[in-house]
Design a protein around this ligand. Sequence first.
Ligand SMILES: *[C@@H]1O[C@H](CO)[C@@H](O)[C@H](O)[C@H]1NC(C)=O
Ligand SMILES: *[C@@H]1O[C@H](CO)[C@@H](O)[C@H](O)[C@H]1NC(C)=O
Ligand SMILES: *[C@@H]1O[C@H](CO)[C@@H](O)[C@H](O)[C@H]1NC(C)=O
Ligand SMILES: *[C@@H]1O[C@H](CO)[C@@H](O)[C@H](O)[C@H]1NC(C)=O
Length: 371
Amino acid sequence: MVRLPCLLLLLLPLLRVSAPEPCELDDEDYRCACNFTSPQPDWSSALQCMVAVEVEVRGGGRGLEEFLLKSASADPKQYADMLKALRLRRLTVGAARVPAQLLAAVLRALGYSRLKELTLEDLEVTGQIPPPLQETPGPALTTLTLRNVSWAAGGAWLGELQQWLKPNLKVLKVAQTRPLAFSCTQLRTFPVLSTLDLSDNPRLGERGLTAALCPSKFPALEDLELRNAGMGTPNGVCAALAGAGVRPHRLDLSHNPLRATTSGAPGCVWPATLSSLNLSFAELEQVPKGLPPKLSVLDLSCNKLNRAPRPDELPDVNNLTLEGNPYLDPEALQHQENTMASGVAPVCARSALTVGVSGTLALLQGARGFA
Ligand SMILES: *[C@@H]1O[C@H](CO)[C@@H](O)[C@H](O)[C@H]1NC(C)=O
Ligand SMILES: *[C@@H]1O[C@H](CO)[C@@H](O)[C@H](O)[C@H]1NC(C)=O
Ligand SMILES: *[C@@H]1O[C@H](CO)[C@@H](O)[C@H](O)[C@H]1NC(C)=O
Ligand SMILES: *[C@@H]1O[C@H](CO)[C@@H](O)[C@H](O)[C@H]1NC(C)=O
């Protein structure tokens, strides 16, 4: 009776010598993460993730072409009951070169699951996504996030991907992804999309924004997030919104190096729906001209304002934030010019850290500027 455990204990060091398990499931069976970095990874290790709610799979940067043949012969309908029973709600797929056909096969299978949030990260998608067969729509995602994904399909990628999703998408986040100029004619309407986050695309600019905001495709948009997206002036953003007929309630332009609008520039009519505008961390030395006449929230914190804005320079606003400007904290300007977070006024340093990627990228860009 006692012998078996002893034997196992003896085996334990031997087992450890072989490559470490690529997948790890936490004690609550909630989160499972796989990192297939070794040259001959043990893919079967991923089976333990079947019980998890949150799964992250990273491919060690390899090409996944070998799975294409396997997926071609598999009919997910056969496994529909099993896929339906999965607890999986959040899935991240990263660090790989993925044939678009394989992505389509995965989305088809996930169509039987109850996945809600999908993140694609550090991927190169090759080829074009084939259109779905009529009776096999993909998952009913509410959130789709793409970070550092490049698409061989060019601007058509969003339209191709959209065909595989049920029309439930509420949140779309696209960062560091190429290309960002969508082929608007191929895009269908996102009927319930309320948040479009194009933050952390420092090369986007107003021109890129105009190309990304396909007219009448985002009728339910409430939040437009453009942190660190290379925006030049609030007026330019206003023009892009007006051109696309996009009517957000909240607009985040923080972490953009904004310039003051030149006095001769044509005015722009902001959407009447806009009630919250974030212009923090925008290097503003004065309040830009041509802001919406009335707002409930205006965040001008962590800029370079040297004096208190006069009432005639400001919109009619209920909730104005001016913290972290040099006229309130004389040391702030000096600190900001040093650009190191350690020196920035405390309120600004804290946000710069909590903002995560935006803050990091902003700092990196700042550092590059000095190199
Ligand atoms: C995956 O493994 C590689 C190599 O060991 C490592 O550099 C990387 O940070 C890991 N990724 C994650 C998300 O743990
Ligand atoms: C972006 O993804 C590619 C793979 O497509 C990878 O090689 C690269 O390191 C990633 N970049 C960053 C900043 O993570
Ligand atoms: C003003 O906005 C800030 C940030 O959104 C919030 O914390 C604060 O409660 C708001 N104040 C009022 C009076 O609405
Ligand atoms: C404005 O943006 C900054 C940085 O992105 C953030 O810390 C702050 O909470 C935002 N303000 C409002 C009112 O949402």
